[in-house]
Design a protein around this ligand. Structure first.
Ligand SMILES: Cc1cc2nc3c(=O)[nH]c(=O)nc-3n(C[C@H](O)[C@H](O)[C@H](O)COP(=O)(O)OP(=O)(O)OC[C@H]3O[C@@H](n4cnc5c(N)ncnc54)[C@H](O)[C@@H]3O)c2cc1C
Length: 407
C-alpha cells in the first residue's frame, strides 16, 4: 500500500509513524521547511524558541506513547509536576502527590482564596459531574454551566474560568461546556494520578516530537517532502492523485481551512481564536514560585518560567489585548508581573488562527470522507477534545488505523 500524508503537524506525523511502523510505503508532504505545524520551534533573534508556548497534560497518553515510539523520552524532555494554580492576588491551589481522586479533593479543600462553603459546594458539584460520567444533557456555554451549578465565586474566577481559557482557548462565556467536561473527565476527573499532572516542555517543541519523529521516519524508509505544498488532490479508479502522482490512499492532515482547499466537500465552517505568546527575558536568576503561574491583571492570563530568566506570557482567545500593539502588550504584561528587574529582550508572537473556536454545539466533521481512500486527520477532527496536541495525535493514529484495516 502506498499512502500520502498531507500536512506535517503533530497529526500528520503521528499518522505517518503509524503507517510506516506497519510497513506501509508512506510519503509525508509538509508545506513548511520544517515539520511541527502549529507546535514547532522557530528562530527568533538567533534564539530557538516555540511559535507559541504549549503545555501538555499527563492525560496526553497517546502523545507520550508516540514520543516513546520515536525515541523521544517524555521523562527527560518534559518536566512533570502535580497541578498548581497560583497567583499574586492570593489564590493558591496545589494537588499533593497522592493517588487520584484524593489528590484533587485535598487540593480543592485546602485551596487558599476561597471559603469553606464554596469549596465544599464545588467538591459536591464535581462528584455529581463525575456520577453523570461528565455527560451534559445538552451542550451550553461553560459560563451557563457554572451558573446553573451555582459556581459563581472565587473558584470559578480563579480555577474554572482560567482552566477553560487555557484548555479550550476561548472564554467561558463562549466555550463548549461538554468539551470542557471531556477535558476534566480525562485530567482532574481521572482515577490515574499521572493524568492530573502538568507536563512542561524542557526543550523546544520540535525536539519533543516533530524532529525525532522525522529521523525515525527517514530511518524506517518513509519519504519526507518538506517545503512541498500540495496543490491538488483528486480521486480516480486507479487511486488518489496528488500533484500528478498516484497513491492508493491519502490522509489530509492539515488545519481545516487548508483541508477545505484540497477537499472542497469538507463540511466545516469554523471561526478561529488567536493565541499570543509574549517572551520576556529577565536577568538569569529570575524565577517564578511555580513554573506555571496564573496572572491576575487586566491582560495577563498565564505565565510560564522557561528557565534562565525567560518568561512566556500566554494570552488565549479574542480579548482586549488585541487592541494593543506588540510593544504596548509587552509593556503591560511586564508591569503586571511586577518583577524587581526590567526585561532586556522581548518578542511577541501572534497566532491569529491558533485554534478553531470551540463553541457550544460546534459541529465537527466526520474523519471519513465520501471516498474511503481519503481520510481526514487534524485536531479539529477529534470531536471529543478542543484543539490540542493529544487530539491531533489521536486523530492521526485513527486515520492510519482506518487505512490499515482495509489492507
Ligand atoms: C500558540 C499556540 C498555543 C497552543 N497551546 C497548546 C497547548 O498548550 N496544549 C495543547 O495541547 N495544544 C495547544 N495548541 C494547539 C496545538 O498546537 C494544535 O492543536 C496542534 O498542533 C494541531 O496539530 P495538527 O497536526 O492538527 O495541525 P497543524 O499543526 O496545523 O498541522 C498542519 C500542517 O499542514 C501543513 N499544510 C497545510 N496545507 C498544506 C498543503 N497544502 N500541503 C502540505 N502541507 C500543508 C501546515 O504547514 C502544517 O504544518 C496551541 C496552538 C497554538 C497555535
Amino acid at each position: 500500500m502506498k499512502v500520502a500524508v498531507i500536512g506535517g503537524g503533530w497529526a500528520g506525523i503521528a499518522a505517518a509513524v503509524e503507517l510506516t511502523a506497519a510497513g506501509v510505503d508512506t510519503t509525508l508532504f509538509e508545506a513548511g521547511r520544517h515539520p511541527g505545524g502549529r507546535a514547532r520551534a522557530v528562530e527568533l533573534d538567533g534564539r530557538r524558541l516555540d511559535n507559541g508556548q504549549h503545555i501538555l497534560l499527563g492525560a496526553y497518553r497517546e502523545t507520550l506513547g508516540m514520543m516513546r515510539q520515536v525515541g523521544a523520552d517524555p521523562e527527560r524532555l518534559l518536566e512533570r509536576r502535580p497541578l498548581q494554580v497560583h497567583d499574586h492576588a492570593g489564590f493558591h491551589l496545589a494537588l499533593p502527590p497522592w493517588p487520584a481522586p484524593l489528590n484533587v479533593a485535598w487540593g480543592l479543600l485546602t485551596a487558599r482564596g476561597a471559603g469553606w462553603r464554596e469549596k465544599l459546594a464545588t467538591a459536591w458539584w464535581m462528584e455529581g459531574v463525575k456520577r453523570r460520567r461528565f455527560r451534559l444533557e445538552e451542550d451550553l456555554s461553560v459560563a451557563q454551566w457554572l451558573d446553573a451549578a451555582g459556581q459563581t465565586g472565587a473558584l470559578r474566577r480563579n480555577l474554572w474560568e482560567p482552566l477553560c481559557l487555557a484548555a479550550l482557548n476561548i472564554p467561558a462565556e463562549r466555550a463548549s461546556a461538554q468539551i470542557f467536561a471531556n477535558v476534566l473527565r480525562d485530567s482532574l476527573g481521572s482515577s490515574r494520578r499521572s493524568d492530573t499532572d502538568l507536563l512542561l516542555p524542557r526543550t523546544d517543541l520540535s525536539q519533543l516530537f516533530p524532529e525525532p519523529a522525522s529521523h525515525w521516519l527517514r530511518d524506517n524508509g518513509a519519504t519526507l517532502r518538506f517545503g512541498t505544498r500540495v496543490s491538488s488532490l483528486s480521486a480516480n479508479v486507479d487511486g488518489i492523485v496528488i500533484d500528478g502522482e498516484t497513491y492508493d490512499s491519502g490522509i489530509i492532515a492539515t488545519a481545516p481551512q487548508h483541508a477545505k482547499k484540497l477537499w472542497p466537500a469538507l463540511a466545516c465552517n469554523f471561526d478561529y481564536e488567536p493565541i499570543v505568546t509574549v517572551y520576556l527575558q529577565f536577568e538569569a536568576k529570575t524565577r517564578l514560585a511555580f513554573p506555571l503561574q496564573k496572572q491576575s491583571g487586566k491582560y495577563g492570563q498565564w505565565v510560564v518560567d522557561r528557565g534562565d530568566g525567560l518568561l512566556a506570557c500566554v494570552l488565549s482567545g479574542h480579548g482586549d489585548w488585541e487592541a494593543l500593539n506588540d510593544s504596548e502588550l509587552a509593556t503591560a504584561l511586564q508591569a503586571e508581573l511586577a518583577l524587581s528587574s526590567t526585561a532586556t529582550w522581548q518578542k511577541v508572537i501572534r497566532e491569529r488562527r491558533a485554534t478553531f473556536a470551540c463553541r457550544p454545539g460546534i459541529a465537527r466533521p466526520d474523519f471519513m470522507t465520501a471516498d474511503p481512500r481519503v481520510i481526514l486527520a487534524g485536531d479539529y477532527t477529534w470531536a471529543d477534545y478542543p484543539a490540542t496536541l493529544e487530539g491531533a495525535v489521536r486523530s492521526g493514529r485513527r486515520a492510519a488505523h482506518t487505512l490499515l484495516l482495509k489492507r
